[in-house]
Design a protein around this ligand. Structure first.
Ligand SMILES: Cc1ncc(COP(=O)(O)O)c(C=O)c1O
Length: 389
């Protein structure tokens, strides 16, 4: 990262301007770019110049967003994609081939689990999972053909924390790529590259957009790795739209202030939930009761914007709670200005078997709350009336 502070980089980096001297970047809503002559066009296609050719390959808005995110992550380069899943899938398929093995932590987002368990076997890519609560056993899972370790920290929705420093050391020792999904933390709270991650993936749809408007994703890391991701995506078509990139680039400008408030509200909500009689357990990385609280505090600036808790009454209590909230939104997103409640067992993780869900800490009564930017008193009031229903 440059010497400037995170907030300044987020606000002041690489704004695209034209002869109009726009203070906010103009939107380059174009599928392709023109050339003055055949030679210029040939040189661009031969990669002899950095000229934009076609928006599936590159676009100034997409480049602005990607460059800014690279700086914030402390990465050499970044390629932006149409969604978080496009980024994760590209990070797998760029570097893994038939016969390779991926070692992943067991607590991961539902669609990532689907890609690994449903599609990897079709392509002859092996996988296995390790339990993050048994870090001492991780190395035992590494095989001769292991090419990549994939981790998500904090995990969705279990909010498990993985020791990035330990993962960085293990990956370096065994010469495998370390790929970290940094969606829940964002680079404001945690920078996995500092700990030895080779690749950082993002769903920009969440806290990076922060206002529930657009889908987006990104893969950041060393220049030579991101060049490979770019070449894969350029041909396979996971390109981010210029409009979404424009929105996301502006969103990065407010990421730090938004994350501060998300984290403050989430911590207060978690502390309040811990004292409620209807609640069996609360999980939030910065609560002392969190099993990996010390690791979270070592690698994260704050605990993040998501809290999960288990209701004493199981599945029925979880669903009843969702039906009873009045202000909080029931929607399949998180990281929005608006507080969102969801029930993972019946939605995002419904495709997993009951045993698979329990293995990653998703009990039938687990509720996930993405704390928004409303006043904390109003968030707690809505949650309280729903719990008392
Ligand atoms: C941790 C995590 N990674 C990846 C994704 C996928 O992101 P997208 O929905 O942008 O494809 C999500 C979506 O919720 C997520 O929570």
């Amino acid at each position: 990262m440059s010497e400037k502070k995170f907030e300044t980089i987020a606000v002041r980096t690489q704004i695209n301007t034209t002869e109009q001297n726009e203070h906010s970047s103009p939107l380059y809503l174009t599928s392709s770019f023109m050339f003055d002559n055949a030679e210029e066009m040939r040189a661009a296609f031969a990669d002899e110049t950095e000229a934009n050719i076609y928006s599936r390959f590159s676009n100034p808005n997409v480049q602005e967003f990607a460059n800014k995110l690279a700086l914030l992550e402390g990465a050499e380069a970044c390629f932006a994609t149409a969604s978080g899943m496009a980024a994760i899938t590209a990070s797998f398929l760029t570097f893994l081939k038939t016969g390779d093995h991926l070692l992943s932590c067991s607590s991961i987002f539902g669609s990532t689990h689907t890609v690994i368990t449903k599609y990897f076997p079709k392509w002859g890519i092996e996988h296995s999972y390790f339990d993050i609560n048994k870090p001492e056993e991780i190395e035992k899972h590494i095989r001769k053909n292991t090419k990549m370790i994939f981790v998500e920290t904090p995990s969705n929705p279990g909010l498990d924390i993985i020791d990035l420093e330990l993962m960085g050391k293990i990956a370096a020792k065994h010469k495998v790529l370390l790929n970290v999904d940094n969606c829940f933390a964002t680079p404001y709270l945690q920078q996995p590259i500092k700990y030895g991650a080779d690749i950082v993936t993002h769903s920009a749809t969440k806290f990076i957009d922060g206002q529930g408007r657009v889908l987006g994703g990104a893969v950041a890391g060393k220049k030579e790795l991101i060049k490979e991701v770019y070449l894969f995506c350029r041909s396979t078509g996971a390109a981010l739209s210029p409009f979404n990139a424009w929105v996301l680039s502006k969103s990065l400008e407010t990421l730090a202030v938004r994350m501060d408030r998300h984290c403050e509200n989430a911590l207060k909500l978690a502390q309040w939930l811990e004292k409620h009689a209807a609640v069996e357990a609360v999980k939030y990385p910065f609560l002392l009761s969190h099993m990996q609280n010390a690791i979270a505090k070592k690698q994260m600036r704050a605990g993040g914007g998501v809290v999960s808790f288990t209701l004493k009454g199981g599945l029925n209590a979880g669903r009843k709670f969702l039906d009873a909230v009045k202000m909080c939104s029931l929607t399949a997103n998180l990281g929005d200005t608006r507080t969102i409640v969801s029930h993972p067992a019946s939605t995002t993780h419904a495709k997993l078997t009951e045993d698979e869900r329990m293995a990653v800490g998703i009990s039938p009564g687990l509720v996930r709350i993405s704390a928004g930017l409303e006043h904390i008193d109003d968030i707690i009031a809505d949650v309280e009336q729903a719990l008392n229903c």
